[in-house]
Design a protein around this ligand. Sequence first.
Ligand code: AQP
Length: 336
Amino acid sequence: MEKITKRILSGVQPSGDLHLGNYLGAIKNFVSLQKEFECFFCVVDLHAITVWQDPKMLKQKTREVIAAFIASGIDPETNTLFVQSQVPQHAQLTWIFNCVARMGWLNRMTQFKDKAGKNSENVSVGLFSYPILMAADILIYLATHVPVGEDQKQHLELTRNIAQKFNTDFKTDIFPIPEPLILGAATRVMSLRDGLKKMSKSDPSNYSRIMLSDTEDEIVKKIKKAKTDPLPLPVNLEEAKKRPEAINLLTIYATLYDEDLEKVVADYAGKEFSQFKRDLGDLASSKLSPISLEMNRLMKDEKYLDSIISDGKRRASSVAEPVLAEIYEIIGFYRD
Ligand code: AQP
């Protein structure tokens, strides 16, 4: 099999409304990575069902993620945009990896502990084994690089362990050991209501996140209401790092503006939050509203989105099928 050197796989769950964290921590980076890498971007619906998803909404949310990719500037011609459940090799390889990964490795995953909390006896088995499916997502395409937010670093480490163990157990070098790409300052965008909590789709407060579907007015209002401490803006980066709400807003500003964080901190040093929030509101709405408008336009064109998904399935399958066939061969499965 030909050696791949620059291939990326990443995914976004269709589990709710996409927010600024998904955009700055993932999608915006995908846009710049497409220039340098061969990219596979998928809507990870198999991951989404690790917690309950309303069947009436799932298809709509799936199309919405594809629309967000395209509206943000990912070219569907040069990149493969697809839906995970349409390529069964992800699930097939997951079973094999279930038999490679060790219980001890999974028991160490902190995201499971955070998500399951005190309810760990009652959550789905899928939520526990989710990182194994993620390993299969990446390795079925022999991806060499994976853009990850802070929260996914540990899962990528597990993927690397699985690839390494498979290669060693079966004396092969089929799997690359994928490298993490942690890009930009906003690897972890925090809630607008609590600078110590990740901005997430499942937070019950709408004011905790800016959604890609928010109007300009909503964006400005949410930023105006964002929690801050009573002091003026920090005078340097060191001070900013000790003030979670301040560093979060400053980081959002710097990332949206493609500016160095230290420079933004210096520009606003000692100023009042009211002025900074006005500037941030204007910046965020000017950057996000074209995406939101384009997403809305694309969402009305179901036929177009479905054609992208269908083309993505064809392209993704043409890579995944021969890789799985070779894995079956290596394992020694009977084949006719
Ligand atoms: N707050 C965030 N800051 C930076 N990056 C983030 N990502 C998510 N939240 C933030 C990144 O977005 C990509 C897609 O995420 P996902 O859809 O797979 O799910 P998630 O990480 O579980 O996102 P949520 O919104 O936090 O969902 P819930 O509330 O369901 O848990 C990933 O690359 C992720 O790192």
